[in-house]
Design a protein around this ligand. Structure first.
Ligand SMILES: *Cc1c(COP(=O)(O)O)cnc(C)c1O
Length: 364
């Protein structure tokens, strides 16, 4: 028997998710995975330090109860409306398992996830892993959600069992108003998960929809706004029955103990984070203006990154130029994204370095 023949065809044929590159070079400026350039609050670091003792031999709280209690206060809901995951990526995988049938043997149309393009590039990968169909629907020219009256024509399925909406969107950075999202959610017959990984950087968020519309879930993460990528904490909020369904299928100890402690301590220090968000937003606005002055087309962003179409050379060539100058940004090879670079907003100094490289290599 060839070893390869032990592997399910679905798995053998899978193209896995490609994460942003983790650099091995020293002094590299890392603007490719939307990490926050500022550290967690001192209170968070010290809470983690204090917890690293003989407790490490124990299992963590299996339901993240203390954290869920804190989150429930933060969002003014019940702890039973919250599920915590090993990053919001785990939440996304769980919602497919809970709400979407794999295609083989499925009832017609119960095996579909749909999402807009461009949006989070993990969604199609999750569909392949789950063995269900994906229904990608193009956003408008300015990355807006098309009018409800046009959505059907563009192939949107109002009966899809699960729709995933990145809001504000990634990689475009575009924000959607809560009222636009509410209209979509109310018309949708299946579950809509609003993936608010960048919600804290935006002018509005749609958490209220998860608390008042039964088919809506909102997913959040501590990774981006709360500088905790390393700790893998995400969660989703929604109707108690949906949360119970997700709770049944997660691993019993899905969230690590230090991560739970870090997330709880984060909620004690929200003011610290508000300050870092403001700094990031100020840096983003300055960087955007500077790029526009260099004839970059930059989509208005309400996130901690920008999506920019560079002049002069193909985006892919700029990607390499930046890399040669020790700056990593992200480029996605799809037709609707290939002309753009996604650049995470780092510190003022990092963005200055990035601008300097652009200026040095522009032919004008
Ligand atoms: C980063 C990101 C996530 C995942 O965050 P984790 O909590 O670190 O797993 C989910 N959705 C979007 C759109 C993201 O950009």
């Amino acid at each position: 028997m060839k070893v390869a023949s032990y592997i399910r065809p679905l798995v053998a044929n899978l193209d896995g998710y490609v994460p942003g590159e983790q650099p091995k070079v020293k002094d590299l400026i890392k603007l490719n995975t939307n990490e926050n350039p500022y550290p967690p609050s001192p209170g968070v670091i010290s809470a983690i330090r204090k917890a690293t003792d003989s407790r490490l031999r124990l299992y963590p709280n299996p339901t993240c109860e203390p954290l869920r209690n804190r989150l429930a206060k933060y969002h003014r809901c019940h702890p039973e409306q919250i599920l915590v995951g090993n990053g919001s990526d785990e939440i996304l995988a769980l919602v497919l398992k809970a709400f979407v049938e794999p295609s083989a043997g499925s009832v017609v149309n119960k095996d579909v996830i749909q999402y807009f393009t461009p949006s989070y590039s993990l969604y199609p990968v999750l569909a392949s892993i789950h063995g269900c169909r994906a229904n990608p629907v193009a956003l408008g020219k300015s990355f807006e959600i098309p009018a409800l009256s046009q959505l059907k024509r563009r192939g949107w399925n109002f009966s899809a069992p699960l729709s995933l909406v990145t809001t504000p969107n990634a990689p475009s950075g575009t924000a959607y108003t809560t009222s636009t999202l509410e209209q979509l959610c109310r018309k949708q017959k299946g579950i809509i998960l609003l993936d608010e990984a960048y919600g804290d950087f935006a002018q509005e968020n749609a958490m209220e929809l998860a608390l008042k519309i039964p088919n809506v879930l909102v997913a959040r993460t501590f990774s981006k706004a709360f500088s905790l990528c390393f700790q893998r904490i995400g969660y989703c909020v929604g109707d108690v029955q949906l949360i119970q369904a997700l709770d049944k299928i997660r691993d019993s100890y899905n969230v690590n103990g230090l991560g739970q402690i870090a997330a709880e301590a984060t909620l004690d220090d929200i003011n610290y984070y508000h300050k870092t968000w403001k700094r990031i937003i100020d840096t983003r606005e300055g960087f955007t203006s500077a790029l526009r002055a260099l004839k970059f087309e930059v989509a208005p962003s309400q996130t901690n990154f920008i999506f920019a179409k560079p002049p002069d050379k193909p985006a892919k060539q700029w990607l390499q130029i930046l890399k040669d100058n020790k700056i990593l940004v992200r480029w996605f090879p799809y037709p609707e994204t290939k002309d753009y670079l996604r650049i995470t907003i780092g510190t003022e100094a990092q963005m200055k370095s990035c601008l300097k490289v652009f200026k040095a290599f522009l032919n004008q």
